[in-house]
Every structure is written in C-alpha cells, then in structure tokens.
Design a protein around this ligand. Structure first.
Ligand code: NAI
Length: 432
C-alpha cells in the first residue's frame, strides 16, 4: 500500500528536494560524522521522536540522521512560513511522516503539530525535539498523560529555552530538557554567523533594497543582533542599536554602533530589524514616526516584537497592499507607506531559506547528541546543557571541511595549563 501518512504542498517537488538534500549533506560534516560514528550501534533504536523545527533542507538532513540511527520520527514546522516545500516533499517521499507546508494558517499549524504527536496504530512519541517550545507546551497541556512516557525534549532556540526555564521555575516542567541553544557550537555560531548571512538574504529576496548608505536599526544586541549588525554594516549601512542590557549596549558601542532608544531611532531608520525575543519592541507610536518606505522585519522567534495588530486594526485606517507572498505594504492615512516582511515573523525563514547548511550542521549535531543522551541516559527533572567535551567534538567535526588544522598540546604544555591533552580545553565559566 502506498504511504499516505503525511501532508505537504506538492509531492512533485520531491526530486528537487532530494537533489538539494544531497548537496546539503556535503556541507553538513557534523551530521555525517555522527552518522558514521553511531550507525552500527543504532543508539536511537526504540526512540519515537516528535519533531517541531522549520522544515527546511537542513532539517531534512537532521531527520534522516535520526532515522539512520534507529529512530522513528514524525515532523512539523515550528513556523507557518518557514517550510521549504521541496524539503517536506522529499521527506514524505522517503516514507517519513511530515506535516508542513509554506503558508499554513494558524489553525493548520496547530493541526500539523498534533499530527506529530498522534500517529496511526496508537503511535505516540517518547522523545521530543523542539524549536521555540510550542510542541513542548502542547504536550504538557493537551497530552498530560504522555509526559511520563517522554524521556525528554531537546530545545533549539533562545526563546524556547527561556520558556523551559520559566516552566521549571513554576514547577510545571514534566520531563527533562536539554538546552541545545547554549551549546557554544550552537548559539555562538547559528545565532551569530547564521543570522549574519540569512538576514541579508531575507531582506534582499523580499525587497532588493540597496543597504549601503541606509540607516539600519537593530533592536537587541545578543548573539542574533550581533550577527545582524555585522551583516548590515558589512554592506555599508549605518547601524543603530537598541538594548536594555548595559553589557550588550557597551559591546555595541565598542563595535562602533550608535546605541539609542527606539523612540529616537524610529524617525531615523530606513530598515528596522528586531532580534530581542521580547514583545512590543516596535509599537504603533514608533511606526507613526517612521519615514516613508521604511522596511520593518523581525528575526526573533515569535511575531511578538513588531505590533502587527496596530497595522491590522481597522480603527487606524491603514490600507494594506500585498506585494508578493510575505511582503506587504501598509499605507497610512497621510499617504506614508511602510513595508513589512513576513508579517513580523522570522524574516530569514519567511522571506529566504534560513541559515546555510554548514552552520546548521553545528546546531543539529548538538540536537542529535542531545537526543542520543536523553534516550540512553537517565536525567532527573531539570534543564541541562551538553557537556563541553561534546561541544568540542562538534566543533572538531567541522574543522577539516574548512581546511583548519588544530594545534595539539604537548604533555608539558598540558601540564603547564593544567588541562588534559584531549580537552576539555576551557572551564565551564569561559564565555568564548
Ligand atoms: P539573546 O538573549 O542573546 O539576545 C537578545 C537581546 O535582546 C539581549 O541582549 C536583550 O538584552 C535584548 N533585549 C531584550 N528586550 C529588549 C528590548 N525590549 N529592546 C531592546 N533590546 C532588548 O538572544 P538571541 O540568541 O540573540 O536570540 C534572539 C531571538 O532570536 C530569540 O527569539 C531566538 O529564539 C531567535 N533566534 C532566531 C534565529 C533565526 O534564525 N531567525 C536563530 C537564533 C535565534
């Protein structure tokens, strides 16, 4: 009988997806290293993983790595705009249940998440792999009886990790969690160097705007904001930064960026990028003060940063014109227009294809290692990060591809520094 346990946009895209997956595999040496290292021992045998991460080509390589190591998986995307339909089709063509397409409604989004939790013949997950915390929340809220069966969740992003620590603080977390985001080889690479490439990609594909000479306002100067600021400055923009944290604000000034408030910056910026993981960063008041033709976008996880409701509220008499998918123009009563990308959702995944494969190989290697340890080892209730040794192993798996050669400590040097020749090379408190 043919395989029907999926819902994607267009199965005729499967071959295109498969070709791009093959190219991505060559750019994802960490995942390929993990496949080689663990395939024979099948460390994920018996694991039934429900996954909720942007259904991209890179995620397809992640999914197939989990399957290669013995897991059964069911998948949905963690954002309504982020699926690459050819990637989803290729996964479905490989008889892996996937429920994801670009441009889902909110209702369809939640339907897809539920499909990953309840499969045919009583299939239920015993491990979760999440990005942003929606899957984790749904399981806690709608499937409380399942929480005991679930050995844990590995969480991809800053916002999801933040939600996990909040749940833990309220005594609501019902299974152990691994904070993948705070592996150094995740947040100091994906959030920083990933966004440094994919922010510009999203803005350019959406608008073709010339960035050089423009004033770009970056809200939030954490790992993501740092990458975004660097990208825009590299293209010749004048970068303004807003921050609430004096340390990050001081870092921005050291890079030569002007740090100011949104109240000041609103009337100055040509392009606004929110990267805070916070809410109400760009408000209606700010939009009223903005220049004609200003571009607004968000690269943080949720669409809580730009006040879309202000733009959509009929009482404000703002006329909306769709330019193309994920690009909308809003005309104010005085004739001024603002251009909003991906309706305030992640611009790099909504308007482009997210981060490049190589950096996602770092992130997803941490994900696979987290899944392996959650499945095979015992964890008490809590939120954990992976040991530094594994972080170093992930980095190591990516060096050869770039032609990097690592210096090896001599026994005398190791003794002088008081560290093992094979690492870990840094204490836990080292910040990179
Ligand atoms: P972070 O915590 O390192 O940085 C956020 C920064 O925003 C902090 O420095 C914080 O002080 C600042 N901030 C908070 N509220 C603010 C406000 N109201 N105004 C100005 N600044 C404010 O977090 P990170 O890792 O940079 O992530 C930021 C967001 O991006 C999160 O939602 C995360 O999940 C998401 N993310 C998105 C990715 C993508 O591909 N689009 C990739 C990685 C993370």
């Amino acid at each position: 009988m043919s395989f029907t346990d999926y819902k994607v946009a267009d199965m005729s895209l499967a071959e295109f997806g498969r070709k791009e997956i093959r190219i991505a595999e060559k750019e994802m040496p960490g995942l390929m290293y993990i496949r080689e290292k663990y395939r024979a021992s099948q460390p994920l045998k018996g694991a039934r993983i429900a996954g909720c991460i942007h259904m991209t080509i890179q995620t397809a390589v992640l999914i197939e790595t989990l399957v290669d190591l013995g897991a059964q998986v069911r998948w949905s995307s963690c954002n309504i705009y982020s699926t690459q339909d050819h990637a989803a089709a290729a996964i479905a063509a490989g008889n892996i249940p996937v429920f994801a397409w670009k441009g889902e409604t909110e209702e369809e989004y939640w339907w897809c998440v539920h499909q990953t939790i309840q499969g045919p013949d009583g299939w239920l997950p015993n491990l979760l792999l999440d990005d942003g915390g929606d899957l984790t929340e749904v399981v806690h809220r709608d499937y409380p009886q399942l929480c005991q069966e679930i050995k844990g969740v590995s969480e991809e992003t800053t916002t999801g990790v933040h939600r996990l620590y909040q749940m833990m603080g309220r005594n609501e977390l019902k299974f152990p969690a691994i904070n993948v985001n705070d592996s150094v080889t995740k947040s100091k690479f994906d959030n920083l160097y990933g966004c440094r490439e994919s922010l510009a990609d999203g803005i350019k594909r959406a608008t073709d705007v010339m960035v050089a000479g423009k004033i770009v306002v970056i809200c939030g100067y954490g790992d993501v904001g740092k990458g975004c600021a660097d990208a825009m400055a590299g293209l010749g923009a004048r970068v303004l930064v807003t921050e609430i944290d004096p340390i990050c604000a001081l870092q921005a000034t050291m890079e030569g960026y002007q740090v100011t408030t949104m109240d000041e910056a609103a009337a100055m910026g040509d392009i606004f990028v929110t990267a805070t993981g916070c809410c109400d960063v760009v408000t209606g008041e700010h939009m009223l003060a903005m220049k004609d033709n200003a571009i607004l976008c968000n690269i943080g996880h949720f669409d809580s940063e730009i006040d879309m409701r202000f733009l959509e509220n009929p009482a404000n008499n703002i006329r909306e014109t769709g330019i193309k998918p994920q690009v909308d123009m809003f005309t104010f009563p005085d004739g001024k227009t603002l251009i909003v990308l991906a309706r305030g959702r992640l611009v790099n995944l909504g308007c482009a294809t997210g981060h490049p494969s190589f950096v996602m190989s770092n992130s997803f290697s941490n994900q696979v290692l987290a899944q392996i340890t959650l499945w095979n080892d015992h964890y008490d209730l809590g939120v954990y990060t992976l040991p530094k040794k594994l972080d170093e192993e992930v980095a190591n798996a990516h060096l050869a591809k770039l032609g990097a050669r690592l210096t090896k400590l001599t026994p005398k040097q190791a003794e002088y520094l008081g560290i093992p020749i094979e690492g870990p090379f840094k204490p836990e408190h080292y910040r990179y």
